[in-house]
Design a protein around this ligand. Structure first.
Ligand code: KIV
Length: 275
């Protein structure tokens, strides 16, 4: 069954946790979809994990459309959410609607995600009015890394925690169908989750959220650098890949690959005539 904004909402109401993972290509999306993940996020984290940038800021609309289209082809049942990249919606409501529309028309996304609270409510309202579901993103919003001065837990003081609660209520009023809470203290995320009628999807926001999201390279142990506290490595796919790549190099160098079973036959009389 195809997951939708409505089915995610029904999961919040019934208490069934929502599962979301990132994917950026057809093969990964297909595997995640077959495993039954509710939603796939084509995150602008692709700037780092797929393109090798230092942060998400250089990611373009063309990058997002290219990767979203591949994911959409692999996601039969998962609700595909595409990130709106830096400066594709901050510049105004018209840009926001046009760019959200491109992610749906050209990328096949089922919804778009954008970062921010009160300051992006007009954009959320306009995109929703254009019949495109919007997932909001509060807390550590990576597109604001320069304003934050680094990747830090958000909402720890009374006024910042209150602002996060207010922002969550405002984006809900503006029509967001869900909100990602990133790097928010678990007890604050609990309060937000209880105050909202729309689902909260946490990343570094504790188990009280209505669902969880992780970057798949993080949870499969594919990254080599710093691992955030909130990441759990569910399988060591990086180690498995290294093992496979090394075995291929060794066998190729030794001449044991390809073996007879990996080669195609031709009749000997054809070969004879070629000599
Ligand atoms: O870009 C991304 O992958 C995200 C997640 C970290 C929520 O926004």
């Amino acid at each position: 069954m195809k997951n939708t904004a409505a089915t995610l909402m029904a999961q919040k109401q019934s208490g069934e946790k929502i599962t979301m993972l990132t994917a950026y290509d057809y093969t990964t999306a297909r595997i995640e979809d077959e495993c039954g993940v509710n939603s796939i996020l084509v995150g602008d984290s692709l700037g780092m994990v797929m393109l090798g940038y230092e942060n998400t800021l250089p990611v373009t609309m063309e990058d997002m459309i290219h990767h979203t289209a591949a994911v959409s082809r692999g996601a039969e049942n998962a609700f595909v959410v595409a990130d709106m990249p830096f400066m594709s919606y901050q510049t105004g409501v018209r840009d926001a609607v046009i760019n959200a529309g491109r992610l749906v028309k050209e990328g096949g996304a089922n919804a778009v995600k954008l970062e921010g609270g009160a300051e992006v409510c007009e954009q959320i309202r306009a995109i929703v009015d254009a019949s495109i579901p919007v997932v909001a993103h509060l807390g550590l919003t990576p597109q604001s890394v320069n304003a934050f001065g680094g990747y830090k837990v958000q909402g720890k003081t009374l006024d910042k925690a209150q602002k996060l609660i207010n922002d969550a209520l405002k984006i809900q009023d503006a029509g967001a169908c869900a909100v990602v809470l990133e790097c928010v203290p678990a007890k604050l995320a609990d309060i937000i989750t209880k105050k909202l009628t729309i689902p909260t999807i946490g990343i570094g926001a504790g188990a009280g959220c209505d669902g969880q999201v992780l970057v798949y390279q993080d949870m499969l142990g594919l990254n080599t650098g710093h691992t955030a506290k909130f990441v759990k490595i569910f399988a060591e796919a990086g180690a498995l890949m290294r093992e496979g790549f090394k075995a291929y190099i060794e066998e190729t160098q030794a001449g044991t690959f390809p073996a007879a079973e990996h080669t195609y036959k031709i009749d000997d009389d054809v070969i004879e005539k070629l000599k």
